[in-house]
Design a protein around this ligand. Structure first.
Ligand code: NAD
Length: 432
């Protein structure tokens, strides 16, 4: 199948590479010239495990192309996937639809023959109708259908999730469009759940899922606060809860709050949509408020640990919003670092993959280390902010030799608390 993908970011690029690997002819389109030039010259533009090898393999095989030209990517395509950003509107915090509207309008004039337009971006309910209207207005004779094809990949596992999806949700209003999507995902037939629903249901499933997961994270964080006051241990509590198949063990890890490019914006967009439709979604609203406060509380915790020290040096491990990615968008780690910077703190940080993206956000307001031990040199407190596996293996004896004061604020419960305390560290985890 000939596929054009509009938007070559964290969703568009892994999707393009994955679809090419399945044998499709894929053209990834992006308006950012430097991104397309880098990709054309063989340089991958984001980190996802396993992506780079597949990218080179499919470029070499002639199945994966990159362009800034909408015409080049859309003409003759059987399927055009929209994977542009839907960031929060700067004022209302609803999903800002300007990129979706621009993509729909720009693609319209290049359609030829029957084409399915699939929206993979996370979009408010009713967007399919809007996209349909924009295309019809620009190109009244175009033969097309618009389907909703929400993306559920987890950053850090994008390649794995592309090839092993939990479910594929398709919101299609015609049989012809359904058949094109069925053909696309034929290699996954019998291996995953494929759910065909109304377009509006499909658009809602994505927001309903993300809001639910955000609430689950917020819930375990509040439970962690409760454990801290009562002498219970959140890890034990979460384990006990997770053994109940109705609850499940996932998303019960307490931490510094949810973040990333999806949960914060999608909860706000869902809350906005609910209000517009006269529905008061109290749980989502509570999660938004509580999650925002949580990052400030974590920064206070770190500053409190060194309140006796003059000009303390704060060592930060982790800047990405989660492990396995270089993405720092809405990263709790970055928000905590931002709070610390505002308080005039002296920070040195290390992240295995996200140093470049973090540097674009905070530049020389912090120092950067080459590895997790360099960060500890003369540090007064160690703050662990992202759950990278590498940090679990931190040699505490070596850490003690390097640090000036032996304090750890472990916002991800990565370090063995007993071992740290036995070695003389003043250790604070979450929910213990
Ligand atoms: P991104 O910012 O990484 O990438 C979007 C790309 O679209 C950018 O490179 C931008 O230059 C390009 N673009 C914007 N308008 C364009 C246009 N008119 N023509 C060509 N290119 C254009 O965004 P992302 O993280 O990939 O997210 C894309 C969508 O997918 C969002 O709606 C997001 O909510 C959703 N989503 C993201 C994830 C995730 O893990 N990142 C997961 C599921 C769903």
């Amino acid at each position: 199948m000939k596929v054009g993908i509009i938007g070559t970011g964290y969703v568009g690029l892994p999707t393009g590479v994955g679809l090419a690997e399945l044998g499709n002819q894929v053209t990834c389109i992006d308006r950012e010239i430097s991104k397309i030039e880098a990709l054309k010259s063989g340089k991958i533009t984001l980190y996802e495990e396993g992506l780079e090898d597949l990218f080179h393999k499919n470029v070499k095989a002639g199945r994966l192309h990159f362009t800034t030209s909408m015409e080049e990517g859309v003409k003759d395509a059987d399927l055009v996937i929209i994977a542009v950003g839907t960031p929060p509107h700067p004022v209302t915090k609803e999903a800002d639809m300007k990129y979706i509207h621009a993509a729909a309008t720009e693609l319209a004039e290049h359609l030829s023959g029957y084409t399915v337009i699939a929206t993979k971006s996370t979009v408010p309910v009713g967007t399919g109708d809007v996209v349909e209207g924009l295309i019809q207005k620009k190109n009244p004779t175009a033969d097309f259908d618009v389907v909703s094809l929400p993306e559920f990949l987890r950053e850090g596992f994008a390649v794995h999730d592309f090839f092993h999806p939990d479910r594929i949700v398709v919101g299609a209003n015609t049989e012809k469009a359904k058949n094109v999507i069925k053909e696309l995902y034929k290699p996954f037939e019998g291996k995953t759940n494929m759910l065909f629903v109304k377009r509006r249901s499909s658009e809602t499933i994505k927001y309903a899922s993300n809001a639910f997961l955000a609430i689950k994270i917020h819930y375990i964080n509040e439970m962690a606060n409760f454990c801290e006051r009562t002498g219970a241990d959140i890890n034990e509590v979460a384990k006990g809860m997770g053994l109940d198949s109705r609850i499940g063990p996932k998303f019960l890890n307490p931490g510094p709050g949810y973040g990333g490019s999806c949960f914060p914006k999608d909860t706000m967009a869902m809350s906005y949509m609910a209000r517009q439709n006269g529905v008061d979604m109290t749980l989502i609203n509570a999660a938004i408020t509580g999650n925002s406060a949580r990052k400030k509380q974590m920064a206070e915790r770190i500053l409190n640990a060194v309140k006796e020290v003059k000009n303390p040096k704060i060592a930060v491990l982790g800047l990405a919003f989660k492990d396995g990615t270089d993405d720092c968008r809405e990263s709790p780690a970055m928000e905590i670092v931002g709070e610390l910077i505002n308080q005039g703190a002296n920070i040195i940080a290390y992240d295995p993959k996200a140093m470049g993206t973090a540097c674009m956000l905070v530049g020389n307001k912090i120092q950067y280390a080459d590895n997790m031990y360099q960060v500890l040199q003369d540090a007064d407190v160690l703050a662990i902010l992202t759950e990278w596996n590498e940090f679990k293996g931190l040699d505490l004896i070596k850490a003690k030799e390097l640090m000036r004061h032996f304090k750890i604020v472990d916002c991800r419960n990565l370090i063995a608390a007993d071992k740290a305390k036995d070695l003389g560290f003043d250790y604070q985890g979450i929910g213990k």
